[in-house]
Design a binder for this molecule. Sequence first.
Ligand SMILES: *Cc1c(COP(=O)(O)O)cnc(C)c1O
Length: 368
Amino acid sequence: MLNFAVGPVPSSAAVKAIGALDSPYFRTPEFSQIMLESERLLCRLACAPEGSRAVFPTCSGTGAMEAAVMGLLDSENDKAIVVDGGSFGHRFRGMLDLHGITNVPIVLEPGTPLTEADLAAVDTDGCTAFLVNLGETSQGILYDAELIGSFCREHGLLLIVDGISSFLADPFDMEEMGADVLITDAQKALACPPGVAPMVLSPRAIERVGRLNQPCMYLDLRVMLSDQERGQTPFTPAVTTILQIHERLDAISLTGGAGSEVARCAKTAEDFRERLAASGLPFKMRLASPSNAVTYIESPDVSAKSLFAILKDEYGIWLCPNGGASADVSFRVGHIGEHPLSDNALLIAALTAACSRLFDASDCGARG
Ligand SMILES: *Cc1c(COP(=O)(O)O)cnc(C)c1O
């Protein structure tokens, strides 16, 4: 299968080779060394400020989002601004509600970037934190890190960044942005199987986790931080995924670092967008502040559900479907993971063939 979903994504040969082996026992000095090295590599790739720490909770990205909300925010004293511009922003907002954290949502029209005017309109009175999915994957949008960072500095807000789809796909400098928490995920641009959602915490975030001391058993950041001091985790981690993440962090560090990984992804995205624009296919790309990780494509004339099914069943290609009301009128194409540019050519050829069939048989999918 050629997989253009936005997670899980195709992995490198080295990552797949690790997946073919038995998981080793992990309460050993050797495994601890790997965990400590991964922490060092991740902090460096994220440009984390001096004194930052990384932890490797075994959960999907949503688990790490919730660990951040539970460990760093306090229902008595915190009030959080949250960007709700798509399904992941909505998820953050729902989590804040669930955990009783007063919040001020910035609700954006789907597909529109966050602007200075949106921020200026927020009543920041009593606000202590800011939560954002830097790449709002559901809309293919990348928000402006500099704009958000300076707003948070100006108002002294703790900044929690979900960089799950954008980290290693789009430029990110934790120190420059002034982010206190970076949340990532194994199966996005890290291009490993799912199972672990690495997080980076700034000194200010670490201090806060220790001070708040929020009750939680499985996703307790305090215990994770303390165990990670010796390269261990409180509970059995997804051992193989941890080893695969280490391999990827090491490989990226040895081949030019985060900058060249981001450049590679940018080139894949640009190549796809150029080919689609030149194809004459009846689609419209949304390119207002796009993330390199994914392209959002409106398909007003061709049923996106039919396209997804035809490409999957007849061409062995997975598109990235959208949910809810957009499911039949739009879809996405992911650019993260191992995608040689020739994959883009295959995808455009399959889309062209499927569209022409859907148009020929107007009763089986094409509209209008
Ligand atoms: C994929 C993703 C997540 C995590 O989703 P899971 O289903 O928990 O893996 C969270 N935020 C963003 C922006 C994502 O792209």
